[in-house]
Design a protein around this ligand. Sequence first.
Ligand SMILES: *Cc1c(COP(=O)(O)O)cnc(C)c1O
Length: 478
Amino acid sequence: MANIDTPLEKVLDKARNHAVRHLEKLDVAPVAATANVETLRAQLAKELNDSGIPPDVVVDELARDVQGGLIGSAGGRFYGWVIGGVLPAALGADWMTSAWQQNAALYATSPAAAVVEEICGNWLKELLRLPKSASFALVTGCQMAHVTCLAAARHSVLARRDWDVETQGLFGAPPIRVLTSSERHRSFERAIKLLGLGTTQIQVLPVEEKGCLLADALEQELRADTQSPTIVLLQAGDVNIGAYDNFDELIPIAKKYGAWVHIDGAFGLWASTSDRLCHFMKGAEAADSWATDGHKWLNVPFDCGFAFVADSESHRASMASTAAYITLATDARDQMDWNPEWSRRSRCFATYAAIRQLGRQGIAELVDRCCQHAHSIVTGIGALNGAEVLWEPNINQGLVRFLDSSPNATEEDHDRHTDEVIARILLTGEAFFGGTTWRGQRAMRVSVCNWRTSEADVERVIKAVAKCLNGRKDQQDL
Ligand SMILES: *Cc1c(COP(=O)(O)O)cnc(C)c1O
């Protein structure tokens, strides 16, 4: 066998140095990618080799060849999509996770991973103020948390109609109606597709000004059909404005009609950790299931999401599986009973480490700080000539728009100009923002959920945006 003689330490030292250098350079390196797709292919598409390459060389070359194609999403000036950073303890734990190579399928395949995961579940329920008795699963992200929670929902709403979906399947089953609002995340729809519920079963209900599902609309819809098994999806923080549904009002309505209530709180569920923000989550503990992410606001490495289900029996019934060669624990938690994967990464170690590093207060501070920074960025940019605030953040999400200064500029001109300015900001390498269309207008999204983002970052970014706007004015003057 080729290339097995290189000392392991040599390889890992290289990897460590490249990783540390990357993190140290985040403050000075461009936040956006600088290489285009052809360049990256040219750098990375080697001939498939016959005899292999020494591992330290592989690591060196990989670190070299991805240059220009890495986004600075681990750094403090990245505000695109909703992407968290990586806490040092979580990163360290994640490295060890790879070295330990534990299969977190069962207690038997890694007793430590099974126990750590159990502890994480309990800590998370406490931090997120969810019922102590809820069952949980650590999955790859909020997408799979939806799938996990909705599989439990599907089981429960059909079991109540004497239909065992796990054995009978969906053919011939009573169709499940899904009620949600226009602010839902598309991952929810994908979960509906994957579970065979059918997207035409989704009824999209209207929201009020703040993005909250209208109670009257929900009640009217539920009253119109009291027979169909029903799932109601509510939103804890949407990706544009961080809109929260009014759980206190909506959940009792849904429950009155026997619906299963699922909450998408990919990042928004973390408001529960903050005394300042937990009012947004008021009443949310009465839902049936909750989906959130670790790789967003908790700042653990990808991929990490969390699913929680109040009715643990339905959760287990929808997921549990067994095979002759499997050793099930009698007094410990076998993860496979609760999550859709078979073999899987021990992502619990990074979660455990992140929670231990920050503690309850540290997590609340991280959440509060990100919200403050989001607010400063949005209002700071909004105060610039040619910019306008579309949504001042209530949490960590806000929207700004850039106005075309030509005298007869139309909405389309402002839309185009907004996209131009976003592209110009990315080109400076100083910050990364994404675009969106919100209520018919193009906007720049500001999303802050990285522990690294500092006041200095915020000032620097506002200055960079100001320069992009001035640049255009000067050109016009010429
Ligand atoms: C990110 C996000 C999702 C999807 O989560 P993944 O972790 O990417 O699978 C779902 N809902 C909302 C509101 C999100 O922000």
